[in-house]
Ligand binder design. Sequence first.
Ligand code: GSH
Length: 310
Amino acid sequence: MSVRSFHLGAESQRGEFVRQQSRFRGWVTGDGSSEFPAEPGRYHLYVALACPWSHRAVIVRELKGLQDVIGVSYLHPYRDEQGWAFDGQEFVDDLHGWEFLSDAYLASEPSYDARVSVPVLWDRETGRIVSNESADIVRMFNSEWDEWGDTSVDLYPIDLRSEIDSLNEWVYANVNNAVYMAGFAQSQAAYDRAYRRLFDALPALEERLSRQRYLLGDRLTLADWRLWVTLVRFDSVYHTHFRCNGARIVDFPNLWAYTRELYQWPRVAETVAMDQIKRHYYTTHDELNPKRIIPVGPEHLDFWEPHGRG
Ligand SMILES: N[C@@H](CCC(=O)N[C@@H](CS)C(=O)NCC(=O)O)C(=O)O
């Protein structure tokens, strides 16, 4: 087995963590107008349940009832410098028997040498990656397979799209990515900036959710699932591992009830692999946790407690 090395991180001159832009931005279309026409059984999703960006793709696939239409393979939660991998036991690539997700990237672009990220939407027909951008993948899942999926579920309704897009941008910068910027900061100042962003954002979201059930009113949208994948990991991982210790989600009554409501949404709890989530973060980032000891707590975090929203 050869050791492959891919860039695992980048920093700006200010010591800030910089997330790589996704390289594959193809689009599956229900009307067949792109090079990737929607078909049942043709596309396959590679995800790690530990990863928040993967998690929202998994959730939208479930909510749209696409389980028999789009296949899925799960990567092992532990990731080293060789990138996301299968162990051939619990985590197997049924399609190709690959050992590493980098095989998918190299098959798509033989000279690929950038970071190997999940999720990946794979096309079995052309043998290459359609997309490695979760924001695109969830939008495709929402509508492009509607011939086979549940059309009663629309998480990206036309009348709310511009509001969803702008809120998504804000949530990404101030919550989803802010926790990583705090965790991977290379200087006190970079950490302080990320921390401030995050702990200005959470009270603003708390206030918003005290007035309305979901982020954009009474309809659950992609914006909610984007936020939620970070909230559900927060108290177990980001609060400790990424030093986001200004408050826990359980300290915000509305954010915490909202987190429980979405957790209790049909078919969602099954997608939350808390053991894999903790294992991934606490064992993968040696810089932050060199002994790879996984904290036992928090205890009594009960996502099934009645949420009382409605
Ligand atoms: N823009 C990507 C980001 C995905 C991403 O950063 N995934 C992380 C896991 S949570 C990853 O695979 N990181 C591996 C690496 O960067 O080396 C998306 O949203 O799909």
